[in-house]
Unconditional design. Sequence first.
Length: 245
Amino acid sequence: MTHAFNADLTPNRVPDPRLICALDVPTADEARALADRVQDAVGFYKIGLQLFATDGMGLARALKAEGRQVFLDWKLHDIGATVEKAAAALANAGCDLLTVHARPQVMAAARRGVEGSDLKVLGVTVLTSLSAEDVAGDDHSLSPAELVELRVRQALDAGIDGVVASPHEAARVREIATAAGRQDFLIVTPGVRPMGASLDDQSRAATPEQALKDGATHLVVGRPITAAADPRAAALAIAEAIALI
């Protein structure tokens, strides 16, 4: 399989950097084929744990070599020293975003690990698949929105670059970050579904347009693109919908 860009795609098209395609497929070869299909519609790709278990870093380096942006959604969570060393190792790969669990020690360690590099650290607040009942079942007295707010404040205190939060909390996250003088704070929102798309396992979802209006800086879109009959057309439709926002 060739990994060169397809010559028949729209020439000189610049993909919207706010749109991130989640390459949540079983193998690196399948991910490469998918990236090749949407390459002029999407320039930013998420590599999650499924690909981490195969050849995620090889894929990440290949995409970066082609001028793509890469989001390592690996949700690091360990003792501070281990997270710091892992983040430092990943910083050398030239990727753009890295997730860690939004725990104070973990976030502070990751920030130290990537210091001096361009790799930005995001704290994962509350997974978008979790409902209020799920959070309560995890022995939390806070609602999902309250827990997100707590973890956003902890992320700001840790000095990291942003958080991953559902579109439902994006507006409040933006308020908190702005009040803290962090207008540059990244808000990356999974659980994004175009109007009429299936919610799948997402409990706290919103349309791409609404997520951006509420303060999100980046949209992570998986199955509405990757499971579409024509992934490129699906990605272009989302890009067109958000073009004026």
